[in-house]
Write a protein that binds this ligand. Structure first.
Ligand code: MLT
Length: 330
């Protein structure tokens, strides 16, 4: 009897501690968020991913009753930020926006410290952004044919900026070089924000970038444009032909974005984040700002965990073979 009672005391203590722990987690989830939330961006400030992040951060914060602070963690084409988020505490105070680099990194890196399919929770897709092939203002070529001839004549003397392995600017640039059968000098930056600054300053010759920031520079002639990476011309720049129609058949890169959280973030928290993201994407101000840059907000059913996860899976299956077949490397 005595022995049994001695056993009972620690068991009762463990059960009560567990109950207390469980109810404090439940309470924390119910009250969440009680402090600001960090929205990690895998590229430099001032670039396309940063711009979309800052556009949604404010209305998401308003919906959640706390500030959503953008935290730029650039480097290694987004993989440094992905690793940081995969290892973050899954309490809802760290969330992450990344583009299709989440689907291409596996094929570009031998070994990643995270797994895009198992290291994250999925909150929802955001928007799709077209890309444009740009040149510095005083590049001698004035159209795609002239650019092709210029590149063939000058080879590796021609420089092309990108945001590192895993960045879409790198993928687009290397696919372009692979289709032309020529290797240029590729220059990595921490994002296409700083890369675009150098293109505008004439320090680099070419850049494949998203339309998020680039339309005004194209319109006022501060950069040259040689084509879009879409199958149809873009309404904001209807006179710019697609690369597809200029001979690079099937050249299509549309940059999709998703919002993630570290694996293990509680479901009630993910539900609140998803509702806040939907609210942000339905805000007339955000819609207008995105539409002006030719950015398509995805249909609301894709702003969901399932919508993002199945899109990521299908993109991994699409880009893996394309990257391996093109044998692209920097
Ligand atoms: C950025 O935000 O700087 C770009 O999305 C980088 C890239 O080209 O992927």
């Amino acid at each position: 009897m005595k022995i049994k009672r001695n056993w009972l005391i620690p068991i009762v203590a463990i059960v009560s501690v567990q109950c207390l722990f469980a109810s404090s987690i439940a309470l924390a989830q119910k009250d969440w968020p009680t402090r600001s939330i960090s929205l990690v961006v895998p590229f430099a400030a001032g670039g396309p991913t940063d711009t979309i992040a800052r556009l949604i951060a404010v209305p998401m914060g308003q919906a959640l009753g706390q500030t959503v602070i953008v935290d730029n963690v650039p480097g290694a084409g987004g993989t440094i930020a992905s690793t940081k988020v995969a290892r973050a505490t899954p309490d809802g105070y760290t969330i992450y926006i990344h583009h299709m680099g989440m689907a291409t990194a596996n094929a570009l890196y031998d070994k990643l410290p995270y797994d895009p399919l198992t290291s994250f929770e999925y909150i929802g897709q955001v928007a799709d952004v077209p890309m444009v092939l740009l040149g510095k203002k005083d590049l001698p070529a004035n159209n795609f044919k002239e650019l092709e001839a210029y590149i063939k004549a000058n080879g590796s003397k021609v420089t092309m900026a990108n945001a590192g392995p895993g960045a879409v600017s790198q993928l687009c640039g290397l696919l372009f070089q692979s289709r032309l059968g020529i290797k240029l000098t590729n220059i990595p930056y921490k994002g296409t924000g700083p890369a675009l600054t150098d293109l505008l300053g004439g320090q680099v010759d070419l850049l494949c970038d998203q339309t998020t920031q680039t339309i005004p520079y194209i319109k006022d002639g501060r950069v040259k444009v040689f084509g879009t990476t879409t199958m149809k011309r873009l309404p904001a720049i209807p006179n710019v032909p697609t690369l597809n129609e200029q001979g690079l058949k099937g050249f299509e890169v549309k940059v999709w974005h998703g919002v993630y959280a570290p694996k293990g973030t509680p479901q009630p928290v993910l539900d609140k984040l998803n509702a806040a993201l939907k609210k942000a994407l339905n805000s007339p101000d955000v819609r207008k700002r995105l539409e002006d840059a030719n950015i398509d907000i995805v249909p609301m059913e894709k702003v969901s965990a399932q919508g993002l996860k199945s899109h990521l899976e299908s993109e991994i299956n699409i880009w893996g073979p394309v990257i391996r077949k093109s044998n692209i490397s920097d």
